[in-house]
Design a protein around this ligand. Structure first.
Ligand SMILES: [Zn+2]
Length: 322
């Protein structure tokens, strides 16, 4: 943790306590379903649906669709967002989460909510905070979905990757899509790019829910460490064109369509800052230090205070062709 993390973490905790209920964020956060629209099996139990844990909470975002909203600066058990999508014949778990304990907790929640283990597992991209729990996520036999690039990057770029669990991955073609039928429930798995060289999203079309992986962050400023910024922006615009009701971000809270518009504006603002810095010969470090979040996003938080610099630097590399 960087030295500034104490205040950042305190701010984040204050912010997550309201899970997007701050006045500034509220218009952009996808509203939870009304209890009346849920079937009895989905009604909140004494500990809540999935329960509020130190590492986050599992929230209903559709019919038999739950979003795991992690609070990674408080507790790193699950680390990223993800979720569960249930059909008559199977349950798809989105993400393997940051570690085995988080993945096992999600499987336990799947059993409690749907009375079955996840039968399928989707990796949105290779980063370790989304794939670190792969061993536990597959120990009940879930089939694995990813792209070839993501599978290869988990193997070649992550430490201690469970290589033996990746060989039988079912692959969605780069730039293409595959429809998974869970039984009365179709999930479109769409391969995009931009946060990394290969990003896979899940779209529950009948319920208007998108699991965007790290293509969309909401309430937390995105990590551009591997980003191709122009591709990222193009992918976010494609997701927006799906006109979904709920976008489950990779980190932060859920967004509605207006929230995705605001996120796109933020990405465009970063691009303008980078183009301006490039034109004036200013370093990414200086431009990052001068970058200010737009009005209405002042309460967004950062994993790391250098994320503005990293984002502007990624754009400047792309602009200069290096
Ligand atoms: Zn990532």
């Amino acid at each position: 943790m960087p030295t500034r993390s104490a205040s950042t973490r305190r701010d984040f905790l204050r912010w997550t306590a309201s899970l997007g209920a701050s006045a500034a964020l509220a218009p952009f956060v996808a509203q939870p379903l009304l209890a009346q629209s849920l079937r009895p099996a989905e009604l909140p139990r004494p500990r809540g649906l999935g329960g509020r844990e130190p590492w986050g909470s599992l929230e209903p975002v559709g019919r038999d669709v739950w979003a795991m909203l992690s609070t990674p600066l408080a507790d790193r058990t699950t680390l990223c967002n993800g979720g569960l999508i249930a059909g008559r014949d199977g349950v798809l778990m989105i993400e393997a989460f940051g570690g085995d304990a988080g993945a096992r907790w999600m499987r336990e929640r799947a059993r409690a909510l749907t009375r079955r283990e996840p039968t399928q597992l989707l990796l949105t991209h290779y980063h370790a905070d989304h794939t670190g729990g792969l061993t536990a996520a597959r120990e009940a036999g879930a089939e694995l979905w990813s792209t070839a690039r993501t599978r290869d990057d988990v193997i070649s770029r992550n430490q201690n990757a469970p290589v033996h669990l990746l060989g039988d991955a079912l692959l969605v073609p780069e730039g293409g899509e595959h429809v998974l039928d869970l039984g009365g429930r179709r999930v479109r798995m769409i391969a995009l790019e931009g946060h990394t060289a290969s990003d896979l999203v899940a779209f529950v079309e009948d319920d208007g829910v998108v699991f965007a992986g790290d293509l969309i962050w909401f309430g937390m400023f995105p990590n551009f460490v591997d980003a191709r910024p122009s591709r990222l922006t193009a992918s976010v615009r494609r997701l927006r064109a799906l006109n979904a009701r709920v976008y489950v971000s990779g980190h932060g809270v859920t967004a509605n369509a207006a929230g995705v518009d605001a996120f796109t504006d933020l990405l465009d603002l970063v691009e303008r800052a980078a183009r301006d810095a490039h034109a004036r010969g200013v370093s990414a470090e200086a431009a990052g230090a001068a970058f200010r979040m737009p009005a209405g996003m002042a309460d967004w938080t950062l994993f790391n205070p250098r994320y503005f610099e990293r984002a502007i630097g990624a754009w400047m590399r792309e602009i200069s062709g290096s």
